[in-house]
Design a protein around this ligand. Sequence first.
Ligand code: ADP
Ligand code: CA
Length: 431
Amino acid sequence: MTAAAPPPKRLLLLISKLGYQAHAFADAARRLGADVVFGTDRCHQLDDPWRDSALPLHFERPEESAADIARATPHAPVDAILALGDHPLAAAAHAARALRLPYNSPESVETARNKLRQRECLSAARVPVPQFFAFALDDDLGLVLPRVQFPCVVKPLMLSMSQGVVRADSPAEFRAAVARIRALLESPEIQVTREASLDRLLVESFLPGPEIALEGLLEDGALRTLAMFDKPDPLDGPHFEETIYVTPSRLAPRALAAIEDCARRAVAALGLTHGPIHAEFRVNSRGPWVLEVQPRPIGGLCARALRFGPEKIPLEELLVRHALGMETRALERESTASGVMMIPVPSSGILEGVAGTDEAARVEHIESVEITARLHDYIAAWPEGSTYLGFIFARAPQAAAVEAALRAAHACLRFDLRPRLPVEHPLSRHG
Ligand code: ADP
Ligand code: CA
């Protein structure tokens, strides 16, 4: 007697941009025999070479998104949900609750997503975070300034990728930072996201010290560390675009254990229980401090830096397996050191040329050089920016060799960025 093959499992992938990251996850799901349904809030941007019809959703209205998902999938229920990037996280949590799928609670996700609420939650749980307070963009800065201790970091409550994050060392720098972030938040590009809390800013004490990222996976609230990355370029500001990530970390085992312990406490305080987390910390003489914990995987192409198990499956596949309820615990990260450089934008402009990629790719230990910015497109530098020119990947026996290779490859690259002539945008007060 032969049993009928079970129907393929269905994975709902929620993501704003149906770009590389979405396809890497979808390909992983298909390799595992699962069907993929996309849900996105950017249907007008459907770049659809695979002809995946996507559910149109409004991620900024998570409950409505959840109802739309439930309505759209009555006859073919989804078995698992994965949310990529920050925008769909709350919608994923509400949908998972409606569909009775394992996921983080909507409350935990909403607390983590909002930088002020995350700080309040963690500080109430005595998890080390910088000193902080929030103020409204309408507030009189003359009344705000007496509360600010320098150096400080000013940031929006809901953006990511270090967009709009600015260090200020004096009252004059603080005023300039607030004006600059306000202009960013009022720009059409940000207003179109309809994120809540775009009218307030967070001020924090600047935490000195090296920065570490932890990529983890939660199962029933238990945290498994998949990788810890050093960020060897000092992130002292005034802007904080990421550059190099290298794993394994070269910090002492005790310091890494303290970070993992801090991550566990943070996750527990936030109430996150299921699926991928990406967390960032600063470490100094007083131990680890939480910069942020987010219930999503590392962004963009960076996941490629992590491979697991004897078949060296990519992080995306590990996360899809976990989402589909498959066993992943035996899959350890490969023993090789690995790293990625997010190529920062030296100055805002229109990208008119890139030179040196072949030379960069020939540097020892470099695996690939991917320029993701499109020629003739405008690309903004930080703090207004949030997209990198591209990514460089390296693998070597030792972390130090990975870091050196990334720097050597980056030094080969030349970007021709031409300043854009100021044009008054009809919808923007800031041009
Ligand atoms: P985002 O969600 O946009 O990534 P973060 O709060 O993680 O915003 O800040 C981005 C980066 O800015 C951090 O990775 C860190 O380098 C720097 N940063 C943010 N807050 C602080 C702080 N209080 N002290 C020192 N550096 C900070
Ligand atoms: Ca961050």
